[in-house]
Design a protein around this ligand. Structure first.
Ligand SMILES: [Zn+2]
Length: 446
């Protein structure tokens, strides 16, 4: 049953005398600034004296921000959370064989118990990597939602609709189960948001896509779907429908809904025109696309066309971690290589793909993704004392190109501290890992 997270810490929090990267204004680096958090929101980003003059602080928790970087919580644009249990099962196959003969076989052995263990492991890994929000597509929405609530993170969950899945079997049962989970949880917890997750146009036919659209339309549920991930997929669509997957979705009237389109490695000029003209967000997963030899997405073409791009990791079966800092580093480098232009992905544009662009994809661009007054206090504090962060010529450059997720020290979600000095406060780290190992044995049939 949906439950509210117990409020851990709703006293005022002040992070004082830090280097703040607020994401807006773009490229800003505010030295010796303090961040005030009240009632779960950002109340001020200013020098400490200014805050002292303008605010009365009640029983505040004070965090020393010297030699620290403060930034908005990162947002992972595309995950399959229980796939943490599939980390390392198959490293050297193309997408089609990887999916049909490996991932889907392993997922088929998962029960709700393993899905919960994998979801908690995923939440733990996200928090440790400085991620405060993520966009997921998987079965077992109930177990993922419970893990989100328990761990203190924020998630947009899109139950998968797909044939022969582990939780519900055939596609009609799967659709029914997805609708039930959304009905059960919708509006119950502000950190758990919902969409629908038809796997892809090549696995879910138009009749089911229409049912999904009808179910979600009134609640404005986004449709989270894999799109144009491989050349094979585009060729199949042209063979079967006479058009690309995006043109096909346009023709069957699905683009009236917000679309969260994972991958988009391949697209024509015409596809990009369609994407720019609709509420379509690209969820870009560079590691997964390289590992499965799918290709390099034309990210700067999307951004130049005004299409929102949020970077994600994809599931652990194809990444194999949930490390967003390494993911945006790779995203930037690939575009520099692909375009032959080192200016293709400047620092601010790169950081946007893990913060404000992810917030927009979640439908929360006005509430998350930057450290602006009035936004929800999803905040990450990073330690800058490590050798990789010095000297601090340019803290934004150090963040994008030389920081490591191990530098993430403290994570705050909606004003609640969920990790402090690298200790996760919400869930028992050792138990989460030992339960995941137990689940691995179950999936292997040991
Ligand atoms: Zn995926």
């Amino acid at each position: 049953m949906p439950v509210e997270l117990e409020v851990i810490n709703m006293e005022d929090i002040i992070i004082e005398n830090a280097t703040v990267i607020p994401v807006r204004p773009a490229g800003a680096v505010l030295e010796n600034h303090s961040v005030l958090i009240q009632d779960g929101k950002i109340s001020a980003v200013a020098p400490r004296d200014t805050i002292n003059k303008n605010f009365t602080l009640n029983e505040s928790k004070i965090i020393d921000g010297r030699n620290k970087l403060v930034l908005p919580g990162l947002i992972n644009g595309h995950t399959h959370l229980p796939e943490t249990l599939l980390r390392g099962i198959c490293d050297d196959e193309m997408l089609e064989k990887w999916l049909w003969e490996n991932v889907w076989v392993w997922e088929g052995r998962m029960t709700a118990k393993e899905a919960k263990a994998g979801s908690l492991l995923g939440c733990l890994e996200l928090i440790k990597n400085g991620v405060t929000g993520f966009i997921d597509q998987f079965y077992y929405g109930n177990e993922i939602a419970e893990a989100v609530v328990e761990s203190g993170i924020r998630g947009l969950l899109c139950p998968s609709v797909f044939d022969n899945n582990a939780e519900a079997g055939s596609i009609d049962n799967c659709f029914k189960r997805a609708c039930e989970v959304v009905d059960q949880w919708y509006g119950k917890n502000e950190r758990v948001m919902w969409g629908m997750g038809p796997h892809a146009p090549y696995t879910v036919n138009k009749e089911w896509l229409w049912k999904i659209k009808d179910f979600g339309h009134d609640r404005k549920l986004p449709i989270h779907i894999h799109m144009q991930e491989t050349q094979w997929e585009v060729d199949e669509a042209i063979k079967n429908f006479g058009k690309s997957p995006f043109q096909y979705l346009l023709d069957i009237d699905l683009l009236t809904e917000p679309i969260l389109a994972a991958h988009c490695v391949f697209s024509s000029e015409e596809d990009r025109k369609i994407m720019a003209g609709h509420d379509i967000h690209v969820l870009h997963n560079p590691t997964s696309n390289l590992k499965l030899s799918s290709g390099i997405a034309p990210v700067t073409d999307y951004l130049d066309a005004g299409i929102n791009v949020s970077v994600g990791t994809d599931g652990n079966g194809s990444n194999n971690d949930l490390d967003m800092l390494s993911e945006i580093q790779l995203a930037a480098l690939l575009q520099k290589f692909r375009t032959g232009k080192p200016t293709a992905m400047p620092l601010d544009r790169t950081l946007d793909t893990a913060t404000i662009n992810g917030a927009k994809a979640m439908g929360m661009g006005d509430k998350l993704g930057t450290l602006e007054v009035g936004k929800l206090a999803d905040v990450v504090i990073m330690d800058c004392s490590g050798v990789n962060m010095n000297p601090p010529h340019n803290p934004l450059s150090n963040l994008v190109y030389s920081s490591s997720s191990k530098d993430v020290e403290t994570v705050i979600v909606g004003g609640n501290i969920v990790m402090e000095n690298r200790k996760v406060l919400t869930i028992d780290e050792e138990k989460v890992i030992s339960d995941a190992i137990e689940a691995m044995h179950v999936l292997r049939g040991d």
